[in-house]
Design a protein around this ligand. Sequence first.
Ligand SMILES: Nc1ncnc2c1ncn2[C@@H]1O[C@H](COP(=O)(O)OP(=O)(O)OP(=O)(O)O)[C@@H](O)[C@H]1O
Length: 200
Amino acid sequence: MATGAAQRFRPVVVSGPSGAGKSTLLKRLFAEYPDTFDLSVSHTTRAPRPGEENGREYYFTTKEDFLDLVSKNAFIEHAQFGGNYYGTTVQAVKDVAQKGKICVLDIEMEGVKQVKRTDLDARFLFLAPPSIGELEKRLRGRATETEESLTKRLAQAKNELEYAAQPGSHDKTVVNDDVEKAYKELRDWIVDGGNFGARQ
Ligand SMILES: Nc1ncnc2c1ncn2[C@@H]1O[C@H](COP(=O)(O)OP(=O)(O)OP(=O)(O)O)[C@@H](O)[C@H]1O
């Protein structure tokens, strides 16, 4: 992937355990830089809803075509929800750079490992909670979890923190203790003095 756009608009992967604050900080980043970043368009086998356009909300695809893409290793990650398949292809991430924007991927550890197996030349930022105890407090405060899903998320958070502690797993770690401080640190690393991590 040696095109100019790919070198200039390198994808940014923001990962971290559920509840670390990825959505909170990325929402602020998109608001402060409205035309700079974009999310990739996912594939789905679910039917389009009224007003949805192929290639805008999703790439709407048949189950057969979706599974064909899976067999060709086209996906960074894919999953099944409510009987439908959803996934992010490597190509969809490249398309964002071709449009002159920086693709932001908000993903968890397995997705990070997958992105590393591609030629996307992404930059990796890990958003860490101040502690597991504080993470639990925030997830409880968000009131989106059952006791069971909370236990699962906290166990998974421990795996993510272990992976993040390995040298070379990420290019940058931001601890989300104070939200203002964490936001500035995340923003300044991503913006990189206006260079956005571009090669050359
Ligand atoms: N620095 C902070 N201090 C206190 N609370 C915070 C901070 N950052 C985020 N929160 C709160 O913690 C909760 C989890 O944050 P958020 O939903 O952004 O996490 P997330 O990493 O996107 O999680 P998921 O991966 O499950 O979507 C939210 O209720 C949010 O308001």
